[in-house]
Structures are given as C-alpha cells and as structure tokens.
Design a binder for this molecule. Structure first.
Ligand code: PGA
Length: 239
C-alpha cells in the first residue's frame, strides 16, 4: 500500500489527479471507476483543467460509477448521474457512449445489477477505481454489516449515511433510503484502487480501516487485502 499524506485538500486533489492522469496517459483506453461525494470534487476540477489544457485525453476512456440512489430519476438534480455530468463528464472529452452509470429508474434492479457487472467484465475490468470513505467506514454504499456483499446489489442505507447525505438534500426525509451499489467483490476486482480521504471527520474511519481489524463492520478495511491500493489523505484526516 502506498500512502501520501498531503498538507491540505488542494494538495490531496492535485496528487490524486496526477495519479489518475498517469494511468490514462499510460493506457489511453483505461477503464476508470469514478466516485461521487464531496471528497473527489477537487480532483475532478484538476482533471477538467488538465483536459482543457490538452495534457489529458479522455477520448478513449471508459467509465463506471460506484453507485446510485434507488429509486431516483436520472434527471433528478440529486442523482449521482447528474452529479457526475455536472462535476466531470460535461466538461471533459469523454465519449458519452463509454460512460456507464447504474440506472436508478430500472424496473428490475436485479437485472440492472447483473447487466452492470457484465458490462464491467466485457470492458476488461476496472483499471483504476477511485474511492472515498464514509464516516462509518463504508465504501460505495457498502454499509457496515455482518458480511461483505459480493457484487452489485440493492442496499439499505444506514441512518449514519442518511444523516451524512442530508446536507445535499436540505432535509433528512428527502434522502433516498436505498441505493444500487457495486459490491465489495466488484471493488476488490479493480486492478488498482486510489482512496481519497479528507478532513478530521474521516480520521476515525481512516484509522479503523487501515490500522484496525479487517471486518465487514468497517467495509473499507477489506482494502488491506488488495494488492494495489494508494491512499491520498490530507493531514487532518491522518489521526
Ligand atoms: P464524501 O463521501 O466524499 O461526501 O465525504 C464519501 C463517502 O461517503 O464515500
């Protein structure tokens, strides 16, 4: 595991963007797994800057996203589909046909989940997966539980996550209570993983995940078993 501790959020974002750009520059048809949330927004700004300056080309890149609320309409401003277009995809030269997002409007979530896994497989697997971490140690929407969930499935969000995400919705009642999420198995199958961690509020989850026991009660702790993880955390997140 490689660990970078940066001075602040800005430096964390630049470091993470450099790592993602290095992946794409070494293989222009890379498959990149993207994440939503506040943490990667600065990284996405850097990627947009590199793309607009001509030093980073997304035209051959295929993307997959970790998760989506369920049910939610694709044009709902709170959907992760909208988030990704607003914060990244609308501003870079990615081929929109190569953008893969879970469909929060799917009639049959099991079919949607199975097809998503199949698409990842057909794309050759994820070369680099970007992750954040929840205050409760979740990755994607894999919440603390009795066991690790394997592949993409429908998840019931914990109250911790609903509370944490209420900031985007105005009020807690409006936060969807379920989500479609890639599973721990889908995430662990990525060839490389980069996890971004920022701020004091993440210090506890960060410490438990990487210095504690490996347990489904702290889903991110499973990353200790992955062969190629890079952690980029700012000083405040480093307990
Ligand atoms: P955040 O979310 O980046 O908004 O803190 C991270 C997560 O819940 O995975």
């Amino acid at each position: 595991m490689e660990i970078f501790i940066t001075e602040d959020y800005g430096q964390m974002s630049r470091k993470a963007a450099e790592i993602i750009a290095a992946q794409i520059n070494s293989n222009s048809s890379s498959v990149i797994g993207f994440a939503t949330g506040s943490t990667p927004v600065g990284t996405y700004k850097e990627l947009i800057r590199m793309n607009s300056e001509g030093s980073l080309d997304f035209s051959g890149v295929t993307t997959f996203n970790l998760d989506e609320y369920f049910p939610i309409k694709g044009d709902d401003p709170q959907s992760y589909r909208q988030f990704m277009y607003e914060n990244l995809f609308s501003h870079i030269n990615v081929n929109k046909n190569n953008v893969n997002l879970l469909n929060g409007e799917a009639e049959d979530w099991e079919k949607e989940a199975a097809e998503y896994e199949e698409k990842i497989k057909r794309a050759g697997g994820i070369d680099l997966q970007i992750l954040g971490i929840g205050n409760n140690g979740h990755i994607a929407f894999n919440e603390p539980a009795e066991s690790f969930s394997r592949w993409t499935s429908l998840i019931k969000l914990t109250q911790d996550t609903i509370n944490a995400n209420a900031r985007f919705f105005g009020k807690e009642e409006d936060v969807p209570k379920k989500a479609l999420s890639m599973g721990i198995g889908s995430i662990m199958a990525a060839k490389k993983i980069i996890m971004l961690v920022s701020g004091k509020s993440k210090a506890d989850a960060f410490s438990k995940a990487f210095y504690g026991d490996i347990t489904p009660q702290v889903p991110a702790s499973v990353l200790q078993f992955h062969q190629n993880v890079t952690l980029v955390a700012d000083k405040e997140a480093n307990f």
